[in-house]
Design a protein around this ligand. Structure first.
Ligand code: SF4
Length: 89
């Protein structure tokens, strides 16, 4: 396991206080990564490369699926749904 990012620190939205990356990569059952690790760290360093280089394919797939849609995509979907409702009236 590559630990060169372990001293990076940020505020944890789940705990409400600062955490080190070491906690994020080991906080779940069986010392696996937190499900929000991509969402929390993508702006800081290449978290996708870190994940693909340090975790199994199954964990990589789960973490990528857990990533929330960007807000703009969600807004566009809401707009499209509203347009469809208007057209159906
Ligand atoms: S990855 Fe998880 S533990 Fe780490 S800061 Fe984000 S929510 Fe907290």
């Amino acid at each position: 396991m590559n630990d060169e990012n372990d001293t990076r620190q940020r505020r944890c939205p789940r705990l409400g206080g600062p955490v080190f990356f070491e906690y994020c990569r080991t906080s779940e059952e069986n010392r696996g990564p937190c499900f929000k690790i991509v969402d929390c760290w993508w702006e800081t360093f290449d978290i996708m490369a870190y994940i693909s280089g340090n975790f199994s394919e199954e964990i990589c797939r789960k973490l990528c699926q857990a990533r929330p849609k960007p807000k703009v995509n969600h807004l566009l979907e809401l707009i499209e749904a509203a347009k469809k409702r208007m057209a159906d009236k």
